[in-house]
Design a protein around this ligand. Structure first.
Ligand SMILES: Cc1cc2nc3c(=O)[nH]c(=O)nc-3n(C[C@H](O)[C@H](O)[C@H](O)COP(=O)(O)O)c2cc1C
Length: 211
């Protein structure tokens, strides 16, 4: 069993990363080999529309663009599970998340009949972290993100979203012009809810390998 874990947050040690590391431990607890990659360490952009992946004589499910992401895409297609984490920026996952999704999914898309070239199954977990509290997530984001993540259905597995709300954005709010946030509330959520979110991420790492 193999699980690929991708951090699409620029911060390597904060909310998204901590959750992903917990998911990694979950996957390892049931014997999966894991690989954890910080996407912001890699040099890549979104799909360049070179269309080499659509050539009649071309390899399928493979990105031909020579940069840091193409070998990662190859490894994802050899995985049983993929876990991607991203913070929400201006109502959407980060730009690196979208760049990854474009590249990963376009290589599986048939322009003959819009089916998927991929004949395996990769279960996908998406961990989304945000300032928005859970009620705002349910109201504003839940449906939109479900739709937005539909391209992952080309990987033919289940798609599970773990929203992690009301995150602690900085350790000490008093050092920043962030008067719009209630620091005491943020710290309380961090102490009471975030450990449960870490646990949910751990369980996600296990669940994706059992689906
Ligand atoms: C540029 C930027 C834009 C953001 N936009 C939103 C937003 O639209 N909605 C939201 O709920 N949180 C927003 N946030 C907050 C982050 O999503 C939140 O702090 C997240 O947990 C950060 O993840 P990290 O700790 O892994 O970096 C934004 C943060 C940044 C830096």
């Amino acid at each position: 069993m193999k699980t690929t874990i991708l951090n699409a947050s620029p911060r390597k040690n904060w909310n998204t990363a901590e959750l992903l590391k917990s998911a990694q431990k979950g996957a390892e607890s049931v014997g999966s080999e894991t690989e954890y990659i910080d996407l912001y360490d890699l040099n890549f952009a979104g799909c360049r529309s070179c269309l080499l992946c659509k050539r009649k004589d071309g390899q399928r499910n493979h990105c031909f663009w020579k940069d840091d992401l193409s070998p990662v895409i190859d490894r994802i297609y050899e995985s049983d599970a993929l876990i991607v984490g991203a913070p929400i920026y201006f109502g959407n996952p980060t730009s690196q998340f979208f760049a990854l999704m474009e590249r990963l999914i376009f290589v599986a898309l048939s322009y003959d009949d819009y089916s998927s070239y991929f004949d395996g199954k990769i279960n996908v977990g998406v961990v989304l972290t945000m300032n928005a509290p859970k009620n705002l997530y349910d109201q504003l984001y839940a449906e939109k993100f479900d739709a937005l993540l539909k391209p992952f259905s080309f990987l033919k597995g289940s798609i599970k979203i773990l929203p992690v709300c009301d995150t602690l954005q900085v350790k000490d709010y008093s050092k920043f012009n962030m008067g719009g946030f209630n620091e005491a509330h943020k710290k309380e959520v961090r102490e009471t809810q975030f450990p449960k979110d870490l646990d949910a991420a751990f369980r996600l790492g296990i669940e994706l390998l059992k689906l």
